[in-house]
Design a protein around this ligand. Sequence first.
Ligand code: TEU
Length: 583
Amino acid sequence: MTESQPWWRSAVVYQVYPRSFADSDGDGIGDLRGLIGRLDHLERLGVDVLWLSPVYPSPQDDNGYDISDYRDVDPVFGTLADLDELIEAVHARGMRLMLDVVVNHTSDEHPWFADSRASRESVKRDWYWWRPPRPGHVGGEPGAEPTDWHGFFSGPVWEWDEASGEYYLHLFSAKQPDLNWENPQVRAAVQEMLRWWADRGVDGFRLDVINLISKAVRPDGTLPDGVDSPALAGTGLADGSAHYTNGPRLEEFLGELHREVFAAPTARGDVLVTVGEMPGVTLPLARSITDPGTPQLDMVFTFEHVSLDHGPGGKWDPRPLTLPALKANLAAWQTGLGDGWNALYWNNHDQPRIVSRWGDDSPEHRVASAKTLGTVLHLMRGTPFVYQGEELGLTNVSWTGIEDYRDLETLNHYRQAVRAGADPADVLAAVSAMGRDNARTPMPWSDAPHGGFTAGTPWLPANPAYPELNAAVAWADPRSVLHHYRRLIELRHTQPVVVDGDFELLLPDHEQLMVYRRTLGTQVLTVVANMSSAPASLDRTDLGITNGQVLLATHPPAPDDAGDVLLRPWESRVVLSTSALTP
Ligand code: TEU
């Protein structure tokens, strides 16, 4: 790392979804004291930053992504004192804490919304998006919605409020009304709240759907209708995303947040780190947003790579991934961000488990494929994010009935699809492949009941693999996915080429292999990965390495000859070599 680089460029982040991490009081829901009791796991793994999904007071309609008070902790997770203790405990271990903030919307139970809803004359009326019924229609009747947009969680984005005779906008659930960022009072209130947390000792923020905050509102206050989409056939609704994604004032609002909040040092005199979650962000926009020359956010989460297996019907219409498409997309982001910086991820609390999605979760290949997926992600340029359980190679679950699922996105989609005539078995198959509850099963710590997550009944059943697939077993086995992740994190901390090296993709069209090279001065790091469940061969001369030291591998060395290298299913190797100095 060069002196001028901020600390987070050599960091690895670990995401905790508190509801599913560790339960200290037996109510079946994870909490802050449970998390404090498990910090050893993070420290041993070597991660630098803990990203904590929302713990604020919330009706929990969307598991805390619906916030009713930005400055406290929900009793289900503990108290503000527990959070202060967590911040201190994280710092005492040399780590940092990043809070998840949801400011595109609040809960409908937030006092701001209660005020706004109270009457059309309320001083906070304009803090949210209130609109009259479509001209010529009667409010509350189908088709009277101010626009025809389909919401992220199915159904229209407008909720009729009988009492005040207007609709309010909610891109997500009806319990998540969108804040109106056009109103400067809203922006000031958000800034003040973020400064309050920074003063309390947090080291950074993950900003939920932050590229949806600027809507394409017309001068007369109306919002445009959307366009037809095959994924919405039969719903009577349209795709309005062009009017709320990457909106016209987005960069202005982010620049203002940076000036007013992120530019100031943290309570410990440090640089704050920020990452924006941005479904639908483009590469040129991400480059502009993360360019340190025009400061807005440090990193953004792109959704491009995790949409490559979505079919014409969207995420619920999955199709197989092709490796050349994945490599092309990752490489474009690796080389296209200019002075900006990548946030590298496979998993989070919204995505299915990567080993089941793009690896091979059969008993034969689970460990190697989880390790190889980790390797190709972690040795790219950017800051890697690990989601709880990913470091164990945790798999999807395949429950057979809709009654096992809890996630509102899944439940709403199931209802809408079945109502529109889909075969419930097909819908369930898609849910089991793509649903968010795959990521939300309790963290398996041991072979105790429910994986040692809770002494009670977990809010969501544990992955039935927990007796063999748990943290205790993984720590005890030097060949585990967990130790492999620990070594990958160590490589980032010890090899400057991993942080700063240039990126170059080799063999872009190869259907099985992902091969890339990182170069820093005379140091060359080559990553060779067989991303398939069949053997693959590679001509050594394709790599241009004649000698080198294997820093990390999934398999013990096999007898190679000087020509072809044979890679076993899901085998990967990381080789460090020195190139001749070019003048
Ligand atoms: O997610 C936003 C998002 O676009 C998706 O990941 C979404 O959750 C869905 O899976 C699309 O099909 C963020 C949070 O990460 C998510 O947990 C929240 O539900 C959502 O915003 C609303 O706050």
